[in-house]
Design a protein around this ligand. Sequence first.
Ligand code: MSP
Length: 648
Amino acid sequence: MSKTFYITTPIYYPSAKFHIGSAYTTCLCDSVTRYKKLKGYDTRFLTGTDEHGQKIEEAAKANGKTPQEHVDYIAGLAQDLWKQLEIQNDDFIRTTQKRHEDVVEEIFEQLLANDDIYLGEYTGNYCVSCESYFTPTQLVDGDKCPDCGQPTTVLKEETYFLRLSKYADRLLEFIDQNPNFIFPETRKNEVVSFIKSGLLDLSVSRTAFSWGVKVRSNPKHVVYVWIDALSNYITALGYGSKDDSLYQKYWVNGNEVVHVVGKDILRFHAIYWPIMLLALNIPITFRLYVHGWYLMKDGKMSKSKGNVIYPEQLVERYGLDAFRYYIVREIQYGNDGVFTPEDYIKRINTDLVNDYGNLVSRTISMVNKYFGGKVQKTKHDHSLIQFEQELGQVAKVAVQDYQTLMDEFKLGDALKALSILVGRTNKLIDDTSPWDLAKQEETKTALESVMYHLLESIRIITVLYQPFLMETCPKVYGYLNVDEEFQGFESLVFGSKESYEVVKKAAHLFPRLDEEQESEIIRSWMLDTSLKEPEIEPILPEITIDDFSKIDIRAGKVLEAAYHPNADKLLVMKVDTGDKVRNIVSGIAKFYQPDDMVGKTVLIIANLKPVKLRGELSEGMILAAENEEGELHVIEGANALNPGSKIS
Ligand code: MSP
């Protein structure tokens, strides 16, 4: 049976559109999952959104929405983004889902029943934005939050506390006995000294707002966001539900469980979460991988500084693979990384255009030129054989190093190890000068062998690139005619494929980018603070089916159409609605010419009181909607209906 591997991202706050920082964690987890799949693991990958709390309640209010409308909208955007980035998550948990809320309610009651949670009172400086209390020594500039710099307010509230101190020794013991629990090591040291400095009991409920999971035995309290949020890792597996088979398989009896988290949420995952598990008698099976942040030259990304960069823009202009490659290549293990437009373009040009892309296209064209596209593994005794042997050796080392580094989550370093192989393969061309070998018949076998070595090396590189370059690798397999048998990790032995037949001509995998011009374009996106987040209008108050039945919507066929004589924006149409032919005026002239409309079957509100629009009678309204670009689209898809068919 295959080994299991369960990996999670943090669940993201749905407070705004996601920038490249949140995409980093998710892409990292996705690449690791793809790698583990290639290694034969039975994987499960979870991501989601953390949808409760005062911050969300307030953001929704500011947008004129209910909290649920607000989180539905942003969770939708998040899922669209993950689709665009080809993230292969198996599940998407939202903390407002019933499957999660029910279990959180139960977890809270269980902790109460065991006296791990007790009711008390808390007074302190509270930051609404970070949803945290701070002690006077932690505050900056008097009353400002040390994390976000916003003023805090003094709050006094009745609250439930989780007894952290009770478990401090057991946790220290656990960390000591499990040296791989937190990595990198420096983060572990931070955690140990924090615990040793003394743990204060943690406030785990709030009464000041209501957008959260209600405490069942005392519903004026809602569960404070961290107990709610952290539980997602097991509620998504069905813990505490009727069917907990995934929980048993991946968590309790699983082989590897990894939570990937940013450095800012280390304490919550390394202290509060294991203590919750200890208190609930749930095995601590997870390890933590703690990563750094993507920063900009002038510090954190922030809209007001005008330095935010969104993944969509980079993907649309430079392609998915370039983005997915850059995002995990640029940050070094555990450290912060700085995004600059120049580095982005340089990285693509160097690693993907020059080194890999060029290698593939040069090799394919030489194999065609010298051997009509077909080469075989051959033996020869030309002195150049030493270069081939060296390449085989470098490939062996790269395959090893890459896997060791991937297993340690050092994705950037694994890609660097792979770059060494790409470089060495390009060097084989320089070392052996195939164009000279092609001049004499005696060196034909040696030339074929060089070509074979290039192709075999490209194949191995491509197998290893699969977790990162999801669009390119299948293309390269196509160019080289590599079937599935030689795409897996078991085929990573140099020389395992005996022959190649390549395509006649391969398109360039990555177009070369003009560094100056493209950097300028990216910079202009960053400065574009007007970049509006797409908004949906708030849903109107609920109506009943009786209210709806008062609106009579019919299919209508447009028989004639003309511009309104006195208004640019209006078309005047004759529409057959079954009962009669109506005169209908509609404000769609900017988007539809009269001829576009004739013959269309559209949807009409047929019992709207007739009105005169600029002197023309309108006996109904055509249904249409505006998209994000402000273009109006008439609702179509009713061609199969006869004029007069009623829409219900
Ligand atoms: N909701 C909590 C997590 C609960 S997990 C049980 C939260 N959400 S968050 O949206 O603020 O952050 C989610 C993750 O994104 C964190 O790991 C955070 O470190 C990461 N990042 C946010 N900005 C980032 C960068 N600029 N760079 C890299 N990661 C960044 O915290």
